[in-house]
Design a binder for this molecule. Sequence first.
Ligand SMILES: [Zn+2]
Length: 338
Amino acid sequence: MKSKPLLRLALGLLISFTSAVDAVAVDGPAKQLFGAQTLPTVGKAQSVGFYAKGCLAGGVALPTDGPTWQVMRLSRNRRWGNPYMISLIERLSRDAAVKANWNGLLIGDISQPRGGPMITGHASHQIGLDADIWLTPMPKRRFTDQERETVSATSMLKGDTLYVDPQKWTASRTALLKTAATYPEVERIFVHPGIKKQLCDTVQGDRSWLAKVRPYWGHFYHFHIRIKCQPGSPNCTPQQPTGSDDGCGKPLAWWFTDEPWRKAPPPKKPVKPKVMMLSALPKQCAQVLEAPGPKSVEEVTYGVRGKAAQPASVGNPPASVAEPDDEEAPDNLPVQGQ
Ligand SMILES: [Zn+2]
């Protein structure tokens, strides 16, 4: 009888020790661990780390359909983002309908439910602040789930060249990109160099927004919006601002040389592919993997219930700061039709 309180204490210690250990995920390849998540964490939204090395807490889903958008490739379950990003996509879809005569947005990948690296497709999109939007307008009708898997976007390029096909590029596409680039939250928009050139050659009047439109490999079926670190995410690592140069001079000319398109010579010795481990991500990402999720997708779908209806307010900053990383790889492209 006398030993009972001690036993209880010992048991209590054991339990708290065990749960403390349980709370931290076992190390492993980050893309497998994050790729296996089907729901976000509940609670305040936070983008943790860098666009190409981080994770997302409190992500919300863009509804699969809205008056001016449809989400494509639903099976990938990548319609999750920081609420500020999701809200911006919704706003862009409405503004584009008015300002760009754009029927609606077809939405490609945003992020996984808890962000993090993906098994296929992208180096970035890890913290809920990147989104791919098709350069094909939404049709008047609703796509079926099956069509959302199989319908392809249209390449804006002329055949196999680096140049935009003038038959395909329209003023409405320029207006769509301008609408997105004009939002102060948007820091960068990635497009194919041919699209950047088209804008450089044709945009009249205000050209200041061209500074945010950056040439990159791929991105001829879709454009990629990246927004700044948002309030409530003290461990979000910002990227260098783009500055005010329109980027139409020397930096663009480089893309029309052989250098960016040259294939790397095969390595002399077989190289083991570098796998990003969970332990290489900011340390909060291990907690993000283990934190509890919601009971249903609806509960964390933007605009469906109270919690997800507005961008989250500023949360309590957890300790520690992510390592800065200036890698500017938005995608592992070329991957067709993304
Ligand atoms: Zn992208």
